[in-house]
Each structure stands twice: as C-alpha cells, then as structure tokens.
Ligand binder design. Structure first.
Ligand SMILES: [Fe+2]
Length: 378
C-alpha cells in the first residue's frame, strides 16, 4: 500500500467534509488507525512518506514543527511526520479533535493526564505512561492531555494523521491548566505549531527552524537505513545536498558505507575543516543566544529564541565547563577551552562546533562550511 492508496481511505470511509465541522464516528477513526498500522509495514508507504517530506520546500518549515506533506483538503485532514531528537519532549498539551499517531522510526513514550481533572482544577494529574515502538499506532477521539517524548538516545520519528480543528480547547474556553502549552498538537522542538505554518518574522526563529530542519534530515538518514535500494540512495543524495553539518556527514557516511559513493568528492561542497589547539573559532550566528542545559547525566549546548530551543550539541558532563565557556565567548582559541579535557577532546569538541556550523574557523572570512543550518548531536 503506497501513500496514495492510504490517502484514498478518508473518502472510502466517508469521513465528513471539513465544512460540516462533524466529528466522524469513532469506528472510522479506529479504521484509520488500523490502516496506518498496516501501511507502516509496507516499505513503499514508508518511502512515499519520507520522500514527500524530504521534498517539502525548506521555507515550509520556517515556523511549524508538524508540516503536512500530504492530506485530504476536502476533509481537512493532514498527514505529517514529527521529528524527536534524543530525549526530546513535546511538553504537556491538549488535543480537542481526533488524531491518529504512529511511531514511524525508533520509539516514543507517552504520559497521559486526566482531562476532566484538569478542566475542574486547572492542574495536571498524571494517568498513565506507555511506550510505543516502531509501527505501533494509536488514536485520540475525545479531548485528551498528553506529553509524548523520545526516551531514547537517538532520533525518533512519529507519523500524524490530524483531523480538522473544530473543537474548542480548554484554553479557548478560558481554562488555563498549569504546565500545559496553549498551542495544539505535537511538537519536537518547543513551540507547538500544529496547523500553523505561517513563517515567523523573527530572524532568530527562522535560524532555529533551519537548525530543526537539519535535525529532521539526521533522522531521515537513520530511517532510510531500513529500506536500502535505489530509492533510498536517491533520497540520501538529496539529503546530502540539502543538509549541513551532522546531517550532511550522516548522509555521506551512509552513501559511502552502503552504496560505495563518495558524496564529498562528487559534490562542490568542501568536507569539514579540521581544527587544532591554536585554531580560532568565532560564533557564526549573530543574534542567536547560546546556553548550556544539564539533564540526565548529559550537558547540552542549546540555541534559544523567544519561541524555540534547539539542542546543538550533547555530550558528557566532563565538557560542561567548556560548553559554558563556548556559550559565553563569541570568539576563542580551541586550546583555551577550560575544564578537565585532554587536548584531543578540545579539538574534537571544536570540530563538532564547526561541523554544526554554530562556530566557524578563523573569523568571518575563514568560514568553514556553508552558513547556518544544522543540528549537532553527538
Ligand atoms: Fe500530541
């Protein structure tokens, strides 16, 4: 079953046209869930989804984290992939309309909350936690509060079939629930913008959206390992050309290992630049605030705007002081990185910063890679 076949299901089930603002029978939503589970076992469907998502214009990701790559306009149904970095969480949020969600790659964990309790008290009361592995699908029919997260150390991808938004959320009814995002839908990097793909006018937001898009490319490279062949190879080549930093490196490595293609040599793009202790690095993203977050035995260098937060690099606690130094200094020499790091560790950290394009070698004239655009995960 390819994607086109799956999309015909909405008409076959006679799901109501968008303008009627009707919730379909629950049994129909269950049938969508069952069909999605079956489709995810078919490589043709999975590759159709990935290809459609990879071919989306980069500008479409300028603000939204869930960007539909397909759908049924008459019925107001959208199909989108969601990308979850290691340890990423959406944060508690509400769904007031029906939706079907599946794990497309790797795994997710979902914390649910008591919706009625939240409506009455304005407080979250946990109900249950469940895990979902690749290929598993579920649905939401009645209003629900939940917080999905990626509990693993590598990328996960979710697939969402989102019904038209008709029903008022608690926030729209004037009920504020502490700790709940007021935006609808799932998110991978902070702001939930399900259904809103209006480009942000904030240049820092746009920059971070590009970082998130490159993170999605890292996940796509990993997912493509499941379906080797000519189609996967073509998509890897597209990801290599479109990506930067870790996404380009991941695509190049997969092309070399599985297909014997030296993508760096075949392209006009320079390979990553090497660093040494006397290399001077400069922050390449003016206006983007960097910070350090420590959690679960790891430290992360993050880029922030008012609406978004993106993890640029995640490493062990031994590099905490070095990352704090990096966040505080727009320019520094690699050997000056503080903390309990050997010279080789400092160089490796510097190369990761350059490869992630957050920093560049030798000042503005000596930039290493193309500008911006990356998501660095170590
Ligand atoms: Fe959600």
């Amino acid at each position: 079953m390819g994607l086109a076949h799956f999309l015909r299901l909405f008409e076959q089930l006679r799901l109501p046209p968008r303008e009627l603002a009707q919730r379909p029978p629950r049994e129909s939503v269950r049938q969508v869930q069952t069909a999605l589970s079956a489709a995810l076992a078919d490589p043709a469907f999975c590759l159709d989804c990935l290809e459609s998502d990879i071919r989306l214009p980069p500008s479409s990701r300028s603000s939204a984290d869930l960007v539909p790559f397909a759908g049924d306009a008459e019925r107001g149904i959208r199909v989108a992939l969601g990308y979850w970095g290691p340890g990423a969480a959406a944060g508690p949020h509400e769904h007031a309309d029906w939706t079907v969600t599946a794990v497309f790659h790797n795994a997710l964990m979902v914390q649910t909350y008591d919706h009625e309790h939240a409506r009455r008290t304005g407080e979250l009361a946990p109900r249950r936690v469940f895990g979902a592995a690749v290929g598993q699908a579920g649905h939401i029919y009645h209003p629900c509060l939940h917080d999905p997260r990626n509990p693993t150390g590598t990328w996960s991808i979710s697939l969402h079939v989102v019904g038209p938004l008709h029903s008022p959320t608690l926030a729209m009814q004037g009920i504020q629930v502490r700790g709940v995002s007021t935006a609808a839908g799932d998110s991978t990097v902070g702001d939930s913008t399900d259904g809103d793909s209006t480009p942000s006018s904030d240049p820092v937001d746009r920059q971070l959206a590009r970082i998130a898009a490159d993170g999605a490319r890292c996940a796509q490279v990993l997912a493509l390992q499941r379906w080797p062949g000519d189609r996967a190879r073509r998509l890897l080549e597209a990801l290599f050309q479109a990506g930067s930093g870790p996404a380009r490196r991941a695509a190049a490595a997969e092309l070399a290992q599985r297909y014997g293609i030296d993508a760096w040599r075949a392209s006009d793009l320079p390979p990553p630049r090497a660093c040494a202790l006397d290399t001077q690095l400069e922050h390449a993203w003016p206006g983007v605030e960097l910070g350090v977050v420590a959690a679960s035995g790891e430290v992360s260098l993050v880029a922030r705007s008012r609406h978004r937060r993106c993890v640029l690099l995640r490493t062990g606690p031994r590099a905490a002081r070095a990352l704090e130094f990096v966040a505080a200094h727009p320019s520094f020499e690699v050997g000056a990185l503080p903390g309990d790091l050997a010279a080789a560790d400092k160089v490796r950290l510097a190369e990761a910063l350059v490869e992630g394009t957050a920093f560049r070698v030798g000042g503005p004239a000596g930039g290493a890679d193309r500008e911006v655009e990356t998501w660095n995960v170590s």
